[in-house]
Design a protein around this ligand. Structure first.
Ligand SMILES: [Zn+2]
Length: 61
């Protein structure tokens, strides 16, 4: 997948966490995303497990 900013090839990987992974507009130390603030839960870890999401990294940007 190409980087939309510089056009170089991005590396596929994952971000993982033992806590929920949420899209938020600013840093807040919370576990649950609040939809009223435009936040969105991307992944929730299973009991005793880890949450993960697929991401693409551009090392040039
Ligand atoms: Zn880039």
């Amino acid at each position: 997948m190409k980087c939309p900013y510089c056009g170089e090839t991005r590396e596929k990987g994952i971000i993982e966490s033992s806590e929920p992974i949420n899209f938020m507009k600013e840093v807040r130390f919370v576990n649950r995303a609040k939809k009223s603030l435009g936040e969105f839960n991307l992944a929730t870890p299973p009991l005793g497990g880890r949450a993960s999401i697929e991401v693409f990294l551009c090392r040039d940007c």
